[in-house]
Design a protein around this ligand. Structure first.
Ligand SMILES: Nc1ncnc2c1ncn2[C@@H]1O[C@H](COP(=O)(O)OP(=O)(O)OP(=O)(O)O)[C@@H](O)[C@H]1O
Length: 901
């Protein structure tokens, strides 16, 4: 207990004792007068008088007994309406225990039961003005809610008009998790156990809330009244952000208590059709240890507001992912999907949950998704081992030897060791002992009565909804989800290398080759994502996973948003240090450019291990980002190309920021070395008889297009160009792409493989657009990057469309030319087929890629996506032919064609 608290309490007690005696005397007088009046009345009047008192007491007690918010509301109203009829709020000694015991709230209620109308005492809590200043006296939830409730709600509200509460607290600065900028109760000390703690000690709370939009509140050590913080704080219906601060399951340190609307929840496809709309989720991540190193990232605002705004200058031991089976990490999702397994619904979803999964109509309203392998059955009473409980064993990473039984009788996946913790839950390694496949299992606990976590549900549902529609080599693959008992499992591609953030923490800053490669891959994933009108909104090192081959995967789509309208409201979501100025300033419109800003910050993060402005505390950093015109310091050791790339990304005006697709042409990434080993599904791989050279060309093309499914097709080009094209970027892709199982053993770094893969094929040339065979040279600085004109952007539905860039946009704002005029550069055997197809498919867009097109850019993007899909399909067929041809006849036309390149 803080000393100030004790002093205050003793004084209060003395004062209150005096007050009590005074009030008692008044009551005695009052009763005497009343009794006299009653005695002077008729018998009926006397009965009425007695009934009234009794009735009032009874009503008051009944209200006090009820734990429902409505009861508390009544109590509040009653007190407000009858101020003179109620005794003064006398603090009893028991009240001081309200905030110190886990059952404090209950104690308060019990007090109300005993004391009746004395329950309206203003407790000496560290937010003294809250009750008194609460705008809506009916907001009884506020009596129970911690300040973080309002902070969360305020910050994450999609409504830009809402005030935003921020505090420079970084409870998770050690573990790098998302920042709660405003949650005073979110602070975790370094020495706190990662094990679930019922509540965070008040002593650990550090004050100081910041209200954005030029409203700053210094609250130390007080708490700012709600009415001050959130003038228009929307009181949710049905206790939407009912907080149970005394519950271990609702520890505000990790619970993403953000305001959300039920509409948002229901808009999620994940929740669509769910009969249990009252289900809320609670991430077991709130029990994460700041020092455990298992957390995913840091300083995000949105999903989990816990954390501080301080950049973690000292870090805990990073998470290691020493799983030496990289090829097992990306089991082919297609085969699993083709298994036809449909995940059973959550048992609470209704009687249908007992149905056979295969009988369930796939109407898109199921909460669950297909799993990699078909579970047999899902029992409602899943015999969870006690050790499964995240509350019991969250802090002990599981070793493979400690793998548990399957999560349910019907699931083939066995929960393995803990991979990391996130906002909403733990992520475990999943292993299918029958197939030998691995996955990442994100486990989230569901609580139907934890209303405050509904936004978590919304966010998870959004993540599932989005991820299930994405397939890209640079985006972590979603396999499926299921609910078992009170837990939701999300199955994801396992990326064993950990996040970039963790790599940085463990190994220090990256070299430029790695930065280029990672950046190129991130861009590739972003270009794909943006082509689908989806913004990630939380790009940072902690949310980018790396596999042992150096392949980068975007992860954590909890903040992602599909932009459906002309624009979407900006919400303060993201991670402060990576947050775009327009997000901080709450500019109008949500656009894809925020990801590019974050990417620029991530490049700096990779180069320095820290994001820009990390020398400032979080709030100060946000003001720097949002209000100053300063650019962050770009390290000298970064090449000029790298510096230029960062400057391109960190343009304060989002309209000036390049698109991801356009940036893929930047020399910083255009010639990036392909660090990753190629990942091919076995059915696409040519027979071993194929020479390395042919394989390099033919398969490379196929893979490139197959993987692209959008504008990210270029990635292959970069891979090709990198394969020996740069003297700066030493070729490191030494693996053979022919292994059907992708055994690392086959990816030797022997010169033979090098010679095969790195043959100076024209395909690998970055300059083959014109058809000429450019020597594989260049690399860093070899190819100057010119910006013909300043890049402008227009908000037209998809958020950002670059325009008036001479080579890209020909007809002003309404004209859009794909920033990759030659998606098939270096792939002549592809281009001659698909250029035609694209030309014809472009339809209303008029022209081929590479020419000015007209029409709605959104439609164009959609068309591009469709076209890309078709290209991929066609190329797959093409490659199948190639495969067969090569198998049967070395002199097949395909081989000839390839050789003729
Ligand atoms: N597909 C994966 N493969 C391997 N590890 C993973 C995978 N997904 C997540 N992890 C690990 O789990 C951690 C938490 O995962 P993730 O970030 O997705 O959870 P989250 O609840 O979304 O976290 P947050 O939103 O707070 O960043 C990651 O930092 C990473 O270490």
């Amino acid at each position: 207990m803080p000393s100030w608290w004790g002093k205050s309490s003793s004084k209060e007690v003395k004062k209150k004792e005096n007050r009590e005696s005074f009030i008692d005397s008044i009551h005695r007088k009052f009763r005497t007068v009343s009794e006299e009046k009653c005695n002077n009345r008729s018998g009926a009047s006397q009965r009425h008088c007695g009934d009234t008192v009794s009735e009032k007491e009874s009503r008051s007690r009944a209200q006090s007994r009820s734990p429902s918010p409505s009861t508390k509301v009544s109590r509040c109203q009653s007190f407000a309406e009858r101020p003179h009829a109620q005794p003064l709020p006398l603090p009893g000694p028991h009240l001081t225990s309200v905030v110190r015991t886990d059952s404090g709230i209950n104690a308060s209620k019990k007090q109300g039961l005993v004391e009746g109308s004395k329950t309206q005492m203003v407790l000496p809590l560290p937010r003294p003005g809250y009750v008194a200043n609460r705008l809506d006296p009916t907001d009884a939830e506020g009596d129970l809610a911690t300040a973080s409730v309002f902070s969360y709600s305020s910050i994450d509200s999609e409504d830009p008009s809402e005030s935003r509460l921020l505090s420079p607290q970084a409870s998770d600065y050690e573990n790098g998790n998302r920042t709660t900028m405003n949650s005073p109760s979110s602070v975790m000390h370094k020495d706190q156990s990662p094990v679930l703690t019922p509540r965070k000690p008040r002593e650990a709370l550090r004050p100081a809330n910041l209200l954005l939009n030029n409203q700053i509140h210094s609250t130390s050590p007080k708490w700012v009244p709600l009415s001050t913080h959130v003038p228009n704080f929307p009181v949710p219906q049905n206790g939407a952000f009912c907080s149970a601060p005394d519950s271990s399951m609702s520890s505000p340190s990790r619970s993403p208590m953000r305001l959300f609307s039920p509409e948002q929840v229901m808009n999620s496809s994940f929740w669509t059709g769910k009969p249990y709309a009252d289900i809320a989720l609670l991430g077991s991540g709130h029990c994460s240890s700041p020092g455990s190193g298992h957390n995913s990232g840091h300083n995000s605002i949105g999903g989990d507001m816990s954390g501080q705004l301080f950049w973690p200058h000292s870090r805990c031991s990073p998470e290691c992912s020493p799983i030496p089976s990289p090829r097992m990490t990306s089991p082919g999702p297609s085969s699993r999907i083709q298994s036809g397994a449909v995940t059973p619904l959550h048992p609470r979803a209704g009687a249908a949950a007992a149905e056979s999964p295969t009988n369930r109509p796939d109407d898109g309203k199921q909460q669950s998704h297909r799993l990699p392998l078909p579970p047999i059955t899902i029992s409602n009473s899943c015999p969870f081992s006690p050790t499964y409980s995240t509350s019991t064993t969250p802090s002990v990473p599981r070793s493979p030897g400690r793998a548990e039984n399957p999560i349910s009788p019907g699931s083939r996946w066995k929960k393995g060791r803990l991979l990391g913790r996130g906002t909403f839950g733990h992520v475990y390694l999943g292993f299918n002992s029958e197939s030998g496949e691995m996955c990442a299992m994100k486990e989230v606990t569901l609580f139907s009565d934890d209303a405050k976590s509904k936004e978590s549900a919304q966010q998870l549902g959004q993540e599932i909804s989005l991820l299930s529609r994405l397939r890209h080599p640079n985006i972590v693959q979603y396999y499926g989800s299921e609910t078992v008992d009170d837990k939701l499992y999300i199955y994801l591609e396992y990326v064993s290398g950990g996040s970039i953030y963790k790599l940085l923490q463990e190994y220090g800053q990256l070299g430029e080759i790695a930065i280029r490669s990672y950046t190129q891959q991130i861009l590739s994933g972003l270009a794909y994502l943006h082509a689908k009108n989806t913004v990630h909104r939380d790009i940072k090192g902690a949310n980018i996973l790396v596999d042992p081959n150096g392949r980068v995967k975007l992860a954590d789509f909890g903040m992602a948003k599909h932009i459906t309208g002309q624009s979407c409201p900006l919400s303060l979501k993201g991670s402060p240090y990576w947050m775009a100025p327009e997000v901080i300033k709450n500019s109008n419109g949500c656009n894809l450019a925020v990801d590019l800003w974050s990417l620029g910050c991530t490049v700096l993060e990779m180069a320095t291990t820290k994001p820009p402005w990390s020398q400032y505390e979080g709030v100060a950093a946000m003001f720097k980002i949002g209000n100053s015109k300063e650019l962050p310091t770009i390290p000298d050791h970064l090449s000029e190309e790298g510096k230029d790339f960062v400057r391109q990304c960190l343009q304060r005006n989002p309209l000036h920021r390049p698109t991801a697709a356009w940036l893929l042409e930047h020399p910083f990434v255009r010639n990036a070395a392909p660090l990753e080993r190629p990942s091919l599904s076995s059915e696409l791989e040519p027979p071993p008889a194929v020479t390395n050279a042919v394989r390099s060309m033919a398969i490379g093309h196929t893979r490139n297009v197959l993987e692209s499914e959008g504008v990210a097709i270029h990635q292959s080009r970069c891979s090709k160009t990198g394969s020996g094209s740069s003297d700066t970027h030493t070729p490191r892709n030494l693996s053979s792409p022919v292994s059907p199982i992708g055994s690392p053993l086959l990816h030797s770094r022997s010169p033979q493989h090098m010679s095969g893969r790195m043959s100076p094929s024209p395909i690998s040339s970055p300059r083959t657009t014109s058809g000429s065979s450019t020597p594989l040279s260049g690399g860093s600085g070899a190819i100057p990057f010119h910006h013909p004109k300043p890049i402008n952007y227009m908000h037209e539905g998809i958020g950002i469309i670059p325009r008036s860039q001479s080579s890209l946009y020909a007809n002003g704002s309404s004209s859009y030319q794909d920033p990759q005029p030659d998606l098939f550069r270096g792939m002549p055997q592809v281009s001659h087929v698909f250029r035609e197809m694209i030309s014809s498919e472009s339809g209303s867009f008029g022209n081929q890629f590479g020419r000015p097109v007209h029409g709605d850019p959104r439609d164009l993007c959609d068309a591009q996506s469709v076209l890309s899909d078709r290209v991929a399909q066609q190329l797959l067929r093409d490659h199948t032919n190639l495969h067969l041809s090569l198998d049967l006849n070395p002199g097949s036309p395909m081989l000839t064609r390839t050789n003729g390149i």
